[in-house]
Design a protein around this ligand. Structure first.
Ligand code: GDP
Length: 441
């Protein structure tokens, strides 16, 4: 059923070691031919040479994983070569000219899925482990790889199936069995609520994956840029190119206690007639609305001014932290907010306090990240559809529709759960998921 594929599984570039994988029925034969080894035992490491037309290409270590005890479930070979670009490519070319074809993105993991080694949820978890940008999202993905989410989805499936059987017995023997509509409605609601809770918690967890957006706002000169730089300096700055960075909006990423934050520094906000400045301010306000947390910077050397009043009115987000900055210089502040923080962005004073405050704002979100979760948009959408079917089933029951119609909706809900796990799938769905992976994974 499978042909033989190969790819470089380590990142492109120079490194200590590179890994070339071969998967499929010819992998054993190919590696034996290229190494001249008499026998290659399952999961033993062989230190050997790779030859091509009697010429040595590299000294390598080779491991053969015999089907089904491999990552993919097929016969699989891993070659650990010296990590040079040329030598690695040369080995791949040799393997390809010996009867393998170049693997597509994620094709090894796709084979693992098709061979039943992992569910679709676990395949998604593997992708997310590789892509994890913070320790907490790594933890969530590992939970899913372990199968926590699979079990929960299986549990929803079983529960819905039980209700469906109860209904279908009644459909088959309408004269003998009286249906307990009230109890069935109660049961459907119970499952629906469980799924609702899962979706709500998981949406928070998705936020952890993407990074919690924290926007700095304040009047001009209050010290917003200084604060951004200070946060980047004190915490682990994650250097990435964030698209959309403009002159007016500057973004940075940091890691505070294993949680990923995207900090956005905005143009100073004040009432103005200047057209160019107005554009910048509008953009700041838009950024503010998108934020999960707003850091509202106030200037301790001026005290609370009319400009601050203007900004405060614009803040609709309850999740804001009032920060008195420049507390190293003369203070003109009267306590204005219950939970205000005093800092000096210039010296770093008070920064720990600010970070503690930030962490307390995201406490619930972080707590939600420690259990198993739906971690992709696909999974969220499916569970939302499951709940729509359940809702519809309840409504039909209450309105006294034929039981056939109710069992139709329950069946649809089950189909959705099967799609979530990958028991049902289309080629498009698989392409969508696996084309995000790297070649060689
Ligand atoms: P922004 O316009 O809000 O981005 O403000 P900046 O970060 O550019 O800072 C405006 C001025 O305030 C600069 O001269 C900074 O050096 C100064 N500044 C910023 N933070 C502090 C602080 O904590 N203490 C003192 N004394 N000056 C600060």
């Amino acid at each position: 059923m499978y042909d033989t594929i190969s790819a470089i599984s380590s990142p492109y570039g120079t490194g200590a070691i590179s890994v070339i994988r071969i998967d499929g029925p010819k992998s054993y034969e190919i590696i034996k031919k290229l190494t001249n080894l008499d026998e290659i035992k399952h999961r033993m490491v062989y230190s050997t040479y790779i030859y091509f037309e009697n010429e040595i290409i590299d000294q390598v270590n080779v491991v053969f994983f015999k089907s089904p005890k491999s990552y993919t479930g097929n016969d699989l070979v891993e070659i650990y070569a010296h990590g040079g670009v040329i030598v690695t490519r040369k080995i791949l070319e040799t393997v390809l000219s010996s009867g393998a074809r170049l693997a597509e993105r994620g094709e090894f993991t796709k084979r693992a899925f098709l061979n039943g080694k992992i569910s679709l949820v676990q395949a998604e978890a593997i992708y997310q482990i590789i892509e994890a940008k913070s320790e907490i999202s790594l933890k969530m993905s590992l939970q899913n790889l372990k199968g926590g989410l699979n079990e929960e989805i299986e549990y929803y499936r079983r529960e819905i199936l039980n209700i469906l059987s109860e209904i279908e017995v009644t459909v088959d023997y309408p004269d003998d069995i009286e249906i307990d509509t009230k109890n069935i409605v109660k049961e459907i609601f119970r499952i629906k609520n469980e799924i609702d809770n899962k979706v709500t918690n998981s949406k928070k967890a998705l936020m952890l994956n993407d990074g919690i957006v924290m926007t700095i706002i304040g009047k001009p000169n209050s010290g917003k840029s200084t604060l951004l730089n200070r946060l980047l300096l004190e915490d682990r700055a994650i250097v990435t190119d964030i698209p959309g960075t403009t002159r007016d909006v500057i973004k940075g990423e940091i890691d505070i206690n294993g949680v990923r934050f995207i900090i956005v520094d905005t143009a100073g906000i004040r009432e103005t007639e200047d057209i160019v400045e107005k554009i910048g301010i509008d953009r700041s306000l838009r950024e503010m609305k998108k934020a999960d947390i707003v850091l509202f910077v106030l200037d301790a050397s001026t005290g609370f001014t009319k400009e601050d009043e203007f900004i405060l009115k614009e803040i609709e987000n309850n999740n804001f932290i009032p920060i008195w900055n420049k507390c190293d210089s003369s203070l003109k502040i009267n306590k204005k907010f219950e939970d205000e923080v005093k800092i000096s962005a210039l010296t770093g004073e008070g920064l720990r306090n600010l970070e503690n405050k930030i962490m307390s704002k995201v406490k619930d979100i972080v707590k939600s990240g420690t259990s198993s979760h739906i971690t992709t948009q696909r999974q969220v959408e499916i569970l939302e559809r499951v709940n729509l079917y359940l809702e519809r089933a309840v409504k039909s029951l209450e309105e006294g529709f034929e039981l056939d119609i109710i069992s139709f909706d329950l069946r649809k809900a089950l189909e959705e759960l099967d799609t979530l796990l990958g028991k049902r799938f289309t080629d498009d769905l698989l392409d969508n998921i696996f084309s995000n992976f790297c070649v060689g994974k």
